[in-house]
Design a protein around this ligand. Structure first.
Ligand SMILES: [Zn+2]
Length: 57
């Protein structure tokens, strides 16, 4: 199931409450402020700090 981009308008980073960026290739939501990547499972973003991965760059 594809991630619905409309969700980007309502979801926010649980850490800083900032906006998230959608990474289509990685199927992740990115918080640039915290340098965290939240996974998307079956189109559902998992916005939990302990499930997030640190961004590589
Ligand atoms: Zn954040």
């Amino acid at each position: 199931m594809a991630f619905d981009k409309k969700l980007l308008e309502i979801v926010a980073c649980p850490v800083c409450k900032g906006k998230l960026e959608y990474n289509k290739e990685a199927q992740q939501l990115i918080c640039k402020a915290d340098k965290l990547a939240y996974p998307i499972n079956d189109g559902i973003p998992v916005l939990l700090e302990n499930k997030a991965e640190p961004l590589a760059e």
